[in-house]
Design a protein around this ligand. Structure first.
Ligand SMILES: NC(=O)c1ccc[n+]([C@@H]2O[C@H](COP(=O)([O-])OP(=O)(O)OC[C@H]3O[C@@H](n4cnc5c(N)ncnc54)[C@H](OP(=O)(O)O)[C@@H]3O)[C@@H](O)[C@H]2O)c1
Length: 276
């Protein structure tokens, strides 16, 4: 009898995280579903127990809370997870000067800090497994700066950089590392962002993203980065080779950052307050 495998999936209450959790359960993994909305997680856990006969646990946690990753790690310590999927994340879509400082701090906390700390906390368990798997959900936004989505794209550039480095650090172990880079996908992402300005590039389905993730999880690629959508793959190869100024000009136009910049920002003397 083969040992059961346990997968921790963040962002499992919606979209890509839920899709990947379903795919892993269908491949006979027990799952630990992590996000804030406990009702959504409980409903998915019920669905997966019934459909696949797997064990499904729920950890309702806010990953913007600095204590969040440690709470997840404590909750799964006895399970010895083999798989970690960091899918929790969100984006904001204004020029930096117009962003809400508290919201962008939360964005960095969830997309960067929580992903990094949770990866670090669970890595020993993943490395101890004969079939360890780490999937970090990055984005095609990680391949260039994106004016108008500056913070989001920078968080995803971090995720790609971190994940590729961890892949190199763990070569020679049994761990498979995947840096999953979807193009725009129809999830709740754009509702949360409050705009569709993010929809730059080839739109892909949740099923396509999950399919690429599951194929990349077999770990046969020369690099850990898996871009979803053939046009997105072409763009991801070409963009870093183009003049940076051209890339910035084109992306600023695509996201509408240029038009928004043209509304002048003035700083009221002595107050530090901005006025338009
Ligand atoms: N959809 C796209 O176009 C696209 C493209 C490229 C990359 N991505 C990336 O894919 C990942 C999944 O996004 P999605 O498209 O599936 O969007 P989604 O449907 O909005 O799902 C986002 C998930 O992140 C969780 N989350 C957000 N803030 C959280 C917090 N503070 N604490 C815990 N969990 C939190 C949400 O759960 P709760 O709200 O229940 O907490 C939800 O489960 C993200 O990292 C995103 O950046 C998305």
């Amino acid at each position: 009898m083969t040992a059961r495998r346990t997968a921790v999936v963040t962002g499992a209450s919606s979209g890509l995280g839920a899709g990947i959790a379903r795919a892993l359960a269908a491949r006979d993994h027990d799952v630990v579903l992590v996000a804030r909305r406990a009702d959504r997680l409980e409903a998915l856990a019920d669905e997966l127990r019934t459909a696949h006969g797997v064990a499904a646990h729920v950890v309702a946690v806010d990953l913007a809370d600095p204590a969040g990753p440690a709470r997840v790690a404590a909750a799964v310590a006895d399970l010895g997870p083999d798989v970690l999927v960091n899918a929790a994340g969100f984006g904001t879509a204004e020029n930096l000067v117009d962003e809400d400082p508290a919201r962008i701090a939360e964005e960095v906390d969830v997309n960067v800090r929580a992903l990094t700390v949770l990866t670090r906390l669970l890595l020993p368990s993943l490395l101890a497994s004969p079939a360890g798997l780490l999937v970090n959900v990055s984005s095609t936004a990680s391949f260039q700066p994106v004016p108008g989505l500056a913070v989001y794209a920078a968080t995803k550039a971090y995720v790609t950089s971190l994940t590729e480095a961890v892949w190199a650090e763990t070569r020679g172990s049994a761990l498979t590392v995947v840096c999953l880079c979807p193009g725009p996908a129809d999830t709740e992402f754009f509702q949360v962002a409050g705009t569709e300005r993010f929809k730059v590039g080839q739109v892909v389905t949740v099923e396509q993203v999950v399919d690429v993730a599951m194929r990349a999880a077999r770990g046969r690629g020369p690099l850990p980065t898996a871009v979803v959508g053939w046009r997105n793959r072409v763009t991801s190869v070409l963009t870093p080779r183009l003049p940076r100024r051209l890339v910035l000009t084109v992306t600023a136009r695509l996201t509408g950052a240029t038009e928004r910049r043209e509304a002048p920002v003035t700083v009221a003397a002595g107050t530090g307050e901005q006025a338009r």
